[in-house]
Design a protein around this ligand. Structure first.
Ligand code: HEC
Ligand code: HEC
Length: 256
């Protein structure tokens, strides 16, 4: 009789309990829901749906970047609760502009897991931008910083000339870029292994910041907040353009 009771207990009590426990697990990984205190606007609610369709798997249900996929990425997804963005055109310590966020969604962040969503309709991207802002109340209290693109009038004449490339190459060593990005720009400098985020391989033919020389100029000017990449806005504008010339040269080397 004893053996039978154990088996019965297992069949009628323990196994269903295990099943219910399993179900609880499935349903506890709820889709994203930020901003508990307030109702979402219609736009934010639409954005939540877009987020749950395209973003939740990597950025996590709470928007803090703690997703099951995150441990597999070299570059971790950001924490939207701090509203600290790396890939933006505004000075350190300030919020990005909507154009910056739209740019990220359209271009993606090449060489990282962040894909491009250029095929997703504009209206859905606007909605998801509105939604990711609900993760941090900084967006209610602060205004985005001034975009550096506003001060730029295209690319200077000397950009890309041999002379400018040579100057850029000198500046690259003088300013210690090689310490992180390596002597030949491959991202293998002496400090590279000890950094929390790998330095970009600058010979890769596509830039994470964007397709234009202005986008690289922007990174040099404002840096990448929250990553080891410093801002070099203290260098003269001309020196920063020489560095962009040199980086464009390295990118072409990468294409060969
Ligand atoms: C396959 C994984 C993946 C998917 C899907 C994904 N992301 Fe990302 N995302 C990342 C990673 C990884 C980063 C960090 C890259 C970096 O900064 O080096 C990132 C970065 C970002 C950034 C830039 C943060 C910064 O610091 O500037 C924004 C904004 C962003 N994602 C929004 C979204 C939105 C909105 C969606 C959905 C429409 C989405 N992502 C879908 C992986 C993903
Ligand atoms: C302390 C280390 C460090 C130094 C010094 C440094 N960088 Fe970086 N740089 C990085 C890291 C790390 C990244 C990638 C950050 C990320 O993915 O979030 C990066 C990213 C970049 C990018 C963005 C690449 C893209 O695809 O858009 C450019 C351009 C760049 N660095 C150029 C330079 C130049 C030029 C200098 C010198 C004037 C320099 N860096 C100095 C660590 C460094």
């Amino acid at each position: 009789m004893g053996e039978n009771t154990t088996l019965r207990w297992l069949m009628f009590f323990f196994l269903p309990l295990l099943f219910v426990y399993g179900l609880m697990h499935v349903y506890s990984s709820k889709p994203a829901q930020a901003k508990k205190t307030k109702e979402l606007t219609a736009m934010e609610e639409q954005g939540r749906k877009v987020y749950n369709k395209y973003c939740v798997g990597c950025h996590g249900p709470n928007g803090d970047g703690n997703s099951m996929a995150a441990p597999f990425f070299k570059n971790k997804p950001p924490n939207f609760h701090t509203a600290i963005f790396r890939w933006k055109s505004t000075p350190e310590g300030t919020l990005p502009t909507d154009e910056d966020l739209m740019h990220i969604l359209n271009w993606g962040i090449p060489q990282t897991a962040m894909p491009s969503f250029h095929l997703v309709p504009e209206i859905q991207k606007k909605a998801v931008i509105a939604y990711i802002k609900t993760f941090s109340d900084r967006w209610e209290k602060e205004k985005p910083g001034e975009s550096i693109y506003k001060k730029l009038n295209g690319v200077p004449e000397y950009f890309g000339t041999q002379e400018s490339i040579n100057k850029g190459k000198e500046l690259y060593v003088m300013n210690g870029c090689n310490g992180c990005h390596g002597d030949t720009g491959k991202g293998d400098g002496a400090a590279a292994a000890s950094l929390p985020v790998p330095p970009t391989n600058l010979t890769y033919p596509v830039r994470a910041a964007g397709p234009k020389p202005e986008d690289t100029f922007r990174v040099l000017t404002v840096g990448l907040e929250g990553s080891p990449m410093p801002a070099f806005g203290y260098l003269s504008e001309e020196d920063r353009w020489h560095l962009v010339s040199y980086i464009a040269y390295l990118m072409n080397q990468g294409k060969k």
